[in-house]
Design a protein around this ligand. Structure first.
Ligand code: SF4
Length: 84
């Protein structure tokens, strides 16, 4: 089954919480700073967070990305093409 990668620029999250409302399986709002945490996300050297999701979760995560007012959530397919 196809996989997708989510890349999240946490530093520019404004804590609007739209992502967590739409996809609580993948996003949780931090009690510490009010920003979203990408569940299962690994912090990269550049400070972005990344995780792999199954194709079955793609639609829900895509909706969360599209709802983010500051567009800090990107989704890439297996060929590293941006799909949102
Ligand atoms: S919708 Fe965007 S700004 Fe709001 S908490 Fe999620 S990542 Fe942050």
């Amino acid at each position: 089954m196809a996989k997708f990668h989510v890349v999240y620029d946490r530093s520019n999250c404004i804590g609007a919480a739209a992502c967590a409302a739409i996809s609580p399986k993948h996003w949780v709002i931090s009690d510490e700073d009010g920003k979203a945490n990408l569940i299962g996300g690994i912090e990269r050297d550049d400070g972005f967070y990344e995780c792999e999701i199954d194709a079955a979760d793609y639609k829900e995560v895509l909706e969360s990305a599209q709802a983010c007012p500051v567009v800090v959530i990107k989704i890439y397919n297996q060929n590293d093409e941006e799909v949102n």
